[in-house]
Design a protein around this ligand. Structure first.
Ligand SMILES: [Zn+2]
Length: 153
């Protein structure tokens, strides 16, 4: 990510993209959205990634979508998006109950796609916040040590 101006432009684009997606979801009567899951997110994004929110607040058991979960979630080049997560899909896949419990618990997080797989299949309720923050921080530190050009994200 480049300078401050680039970040501001990036954040503006992400905000507009979120608004477009939310308008489309509303138009298709999709009320549940999920913050997608990245490896080693910043603490702010970590708290909401993988969680499922209700746009209207009218789907029982799922928390209302609020500003802190609408990308850009953090101000430092957030790459998260809101995915459509229709309740009937979650139920058909047997994930609704696990995701409902996880989404309502501010003390649980997933640090990467492997954590998320354990969560949605019921193998884990999610990681404790402190442990998740430590793992995410270690992941970010390991990426920063990589030589330039070794792996672009
Ligand atoms: Zn983010």
């Amino acid at each position: 990510m480049g300078g401050l101006k680039d970040i501001a432009e990036h954040n503006l684009q992400r905000r507009e993209s979120s608004e477009r997606m939310l308008a489309q979801y509303r138009a298709f009567n999709i009320d549940l959205v999920q913050v997608d899951v990245h490896s080693g997110p910043c603490p702010k994004c970590l708290r909401v990634q993988g969680k499922v929110f209700s746009i209207s607040g009218n789907t029982p058991g799922f928390p209302l979508l609020t500003e802190d979960a609408i990308p850009p979630i953090c101000a430092e080049g957030c790459r998260h998006v809101l995915l459509a997560a229709p309740l009937m899909f979650l139920e058909a896949r047997g994930q609704a109950a696990y995701l409902r419990a996880f989404s309502c618990n501010d003390g649980l997080v997933v640090t990467d796609i492997y954590d998320y797989t354990d969560l949605r299949t019921g193998r884990s309720p999610g990681r404790g916040l402190a442990e998740g923050e430590r793992i995410a921080e270690e992941y970010r530190a390991s990426r920063q040590r990589r030589p330039r050009g070794a792996a672009r994200r």
